[in-house]
Design a protein around this ligand. Structure first.
Ligand SMILES: Cc1cc2nc3c(=O)[nH]c(=O)nc-3n(C[C@H](O)[C@H](O)[C@H](O)COP(=O)(O)OP(=O)(O)OC[C@H]3O[C@@H](n4cnc5c(N)ncnc54)[C@H](O)[C@@H]3O)c2cc1C
Length: 404
């Protein structure tokens, strides 16, 4: 990786600890290295988390960041190549197609494949510590003393929370999660299963009031991802107990038609299982002293927005760029990072609540009305308008060069 020398004369705050090695963390590590910083990434999972659900990039800003990182071709090669998604009825009859760009943007890729590409682009120059987590942080005038759940304590100049919706850095430096995580009234689950419907680069979605269940093919149709969304007030469960979460999902979808019983049966043996509330993160002020938030930890727009991944990548580019531009002065850099990103992040968050109501209608009448109207979807203009609106949102930032 070529590094620039902006920091040569001002080696301030070079040692940066990043919590989280999914999208935002490795992307930030890449840009920090390019600008001459010395990042360390700590990830709670014992190894890079592979596979996962599909995420997407859309519009100029997202693609420009990928291009400037030199990973655009790798990302294109790993793209899912997903076509239209079909709404189906109880017996599986296709009702209406939703165009590919609505769900999949310009490039859709499995989150784990993206994480792998970003990791490969940084692993030679960046220290990665897997299977550990920050336990405590104590800041003084010149740096941060960090203790870990497993490793020995270390000192860093700055700490970045790129550790997602349930960020540990946010809890430690900003306060309890309940202050910042806004529940959108839905839960979702995703797991990998057989492509037993023989889906060819497509997916099927089935709606009943307060429930949405779907299956889409992945990895060139060799497997499929089962997805579930259901309306529910915030529930208390153990986030590390997948057995308990599977029970909740099975109860929520008991009696739901289409292929749901088969999917629920497959769930018990799934090689992976993701379950969480559909939430947004709203933090007024993304930094506290030497700690700063990035990606979902700062401003999760929720899976329903389809914006989180691109926003995390753009945020990583901007945060590293502003740190370099300020010669490592974190006060100036964090303020400018937020100035550049805040409006963009707000735009990415906007609309997710409305999407929740349309995608998973709670009200029986609305659900019935939607199902009657699926067959009209090919003829109404708003699908195209939604896709265009999403593109406008994704492009609503002008990227500086940051001396690269
Ligand atoms: C079901 C679903 C569908 C989605 N679909 C889309 C989509 O279509 N398009 C889109 O753009 N986005 C989508 N998203 C959102 C997207 O996944 C996120 O916005 C994106 O991954 C944010 O990246 P991140 O790196 O900030 O956080 P995450 O990807 O959440 O990564 C956080 C990382 O931090 C690690 N971590 C957590 N706690 C600790 C700790 N204490 N110490 C160390 N490491 C820790 C985690 O293991 C993880 O690796 C979807 C999300 C979900 C859940």
């Amino acid at each position: 990786m070529n590094t620039t020398s902006q920091l040569k004369n001002k080696p301030e705050n070079k040692n940066v600890l990043i919590s989280g090695a999914s999208v935002a963390g490795p992307a930030l590590a890449y840009w920090l290295r390019r600008h001459g910083f010395n990042p360390t990434v700590v990830e709670r999972a014992p190894a890079l988390r592979d596979g996962g659900y599909a995420v997407d990039f859309r519009g100029r800003a997202h693609l420009t960041v990928l291009e400037r990182m030199g990973v655009l071709d790798d990302v294109r090669r790993a793209r899912t190549g997903m076509g239209a998604m079909w709404y189906v009825n109880e017996s599986g009859k296709k009702l209406a197609a939703m165009p590919a760009d609505l769900f999949s943007g310009d490039i859709e890729i499995l989150r784990g494949d993206l994480a792998r590409i970003l990791y490969e682009a940084t692993r030679d120059d960046v220290e990665y510590v897997f299977g550990d987590s920050i336990a405590a942080m104590t800041e003084d005038e010149h740096g941060v003393e960090v203790t870990f759940e497993r490793g020995a304590p270390r000192r860093f100049d700055l700490v970045v929370g790129a550790d997602g919706l349930h960020s540990t850095v946010r809890s430690l430096a900003f306060g309890p999660e309940s202050r910042y995580v806004k529940d959108l009234g839905l839960h979702c689950a995703v797991f990998t299963t057989d492509n037993f419907l023989g889906l060819d680069h497509t997916g099927h979605l089935y709606n009943t009031p307060g429930r949405l269940v779907g299956l889409y093919s992945s990895r060139n149709n060799t497997e499929a991802k089962a997805t579930f969304y259901f309306g529910s007030p915030k529930r208390s469960y153990d986030r590390h107990d997948t057995g308990q979460q599977k029970k909740i999902l099975a109860e929520a979808f008991a009696g739901v038609g289409w292929e749901t019983p088969r999917l629920l049966e497959a769930m018990w043996d799934a090689p992976d299982f993701y379950f969480d509330s559909v939430s947004q993160v709203r933090v007024d002020g993304w930094s506290r002293g030497r700690a700063v938030l990035l990606g979902d930890a700062a401003a999760c727009p929720s899976p329903l927005s389809g914006m989180g991944t691109g926003m995390a990548m753009v945020g990583a580019y901007v945060l590293a760029g502003e740190l370099a531009a300020a010669g490592g002065d974190h006060r100036t850099a964090f303020a400018r990072y937020e100035e550049e990103m805040r409006g963009y992040a707000d735009g990415c968050q906007k609309g997710a609540e409305g999407t929740a109501k349309v995608m998973v209608p709670e009200n029986r009448f609305v659900a019935w009305f939607m199902s009657q109207n699926y067959r009209l979807l090919p003829y109404v203009p708003w699908k195209g308008m939604i896709a265009k609106g999403a593109r406008r949102t994704a492009e609503a930032i002008t990227l500086k060069n940051y001396g690269l």
